[in-house]
Write a new protein. Structure first.
Length: 183
């Protein structure tokens, strides 16, 4: 691998200095109607011509090929204008509660035995009927940990569907590997 190649950039960000100036403009004109905002935008562009020129060179040097003035306008009008200046409190994550290993193993065995072309959600419903005792034990265990029944059912269904796709994709990959080896 060549160490001199740079990664492709998909999201072009403004420099911090320009970002602060654009945010300031957007907040001052936050409640302007569109024609007034556009008129003030044109004045701001003329007043800050040097800074905009530097920012244009900065973005072009990083590979941006689009209309830079349009990118600035959209950022100010639609993003910075509505951005809150009050930092948000990070949401408190709840403690992760995993599904019992025996339940996951049971799901895996059932999924691997499936020859059906039914949707995974229907197969999960069938799993719940066939293995209601396993589901009930898992429900009881998780309710003691403070989860609601709805959250537990959602978690079990999501786990089943994730296991289904993981195992089915793995078995399809194994089949492809086997057929390629035999050729």
């Amino acid at each position: 691998m060549d160490m001199n190649t740079s990664a492709t950039v998909f999201r072009f960000k403004f420099s911090q200095e320009f970002n602060n100036e654009l945010l300031s403009f957007a907040k001052i004109h936050q409640y302007d109607d569109r024609p007034t905002y556009k008129e003030n935008w044109e004045k701001w562009l003329n007043t800050n011509d040097d800074m905009i020129h530097r920012e244009t060179l900065y973005l072009k040097s990083h590979g941006y090929n689009g209309d830079i003035t349009q990118k600035m306008y959209r950022s100010g009008r639609y993003y910075f204008r509505n951005k809150s200046s009050v930092p948000q409190e990070p949401k408190q994550r709840r403690k992760y509660l995993s599904i019992d290993k025996e339940t996951i193993d049971m799901m895996d065995r059932v999924i691997l035995r499936q020859e059906s072309t039914l949707k995974p959600s229907i197969l999960y419903d069938q799993f719940c009927v066939d293995y209601s005792n396993v589901i009930q034990c898992e429900l009881d265990r998780m309710i003691e940990s403070g989860l609601s029944k709805d959250d537990i059912h959602h978690k079990l269904k999501k786990t089943y569907k994730n296991r289904y796709f993981l195992l089915k994709n793995q078995s399809n990959k194994d089949l492809v590997d086997i057929t390629q080896t035999n050729q």
